[in-house]
Design a protein around this ligand. Sequence first.
Ligand SMILES: [Fe+2]
Length: 186
Amino acid sequence: MAIAVDDIVARCRAALDEHSPVLAVRDVLAELVADPAALERAVGPVEEGGITPLHNSGELTVLRVAWTPGMVLNPHEHRMWAAIAMYGGQEDNAFYRRAPQGLEQSGGKEVTAGDVLVLGDDVIHSVANSRTEFAVALHVYGGDFFNGERSEWDLETFTERPRDLERTLRLFAEANERWRAASDQA
Ligand SMILES: [Fe+2]
């Protein structure tokens, strides 16, 4: 079945009018990841790791996120619900709680292609791609992902600091460089 980015966004927008928007979005995403080839045709192939915005408004953000092999993103919060719909590879999610020393770990979840992971407003997580292929997903957020105050935490010290998207983008760039260098050697 042929789909386009506009269809994906329209279906997510329509889900916002449902009684439980996040569960309605989850259902939309579960249908979409059942056909990963159609999703890839709609969004385009992954050339390198990064964040590709497909839609951004005050109520809804839809991103295609591709995690480079070996990449780890430090703990962060969204302060809005999120649904992560994997359609390639695997994301290793680790969850955290606030603690006197910054954070304490509280479990994890490996999300593989075909899975949809729903995250509540107050979730703090880190994400890693421990595989040798890209981890590719649609990330849908119940608000404006790019604007607003949020926290992130240092990966090693768990020190809290304001979220820094520039820093996150640099992590992608560095991971892509390492991956390219390793691919050239192979
Ligand atoms: Fe996240």
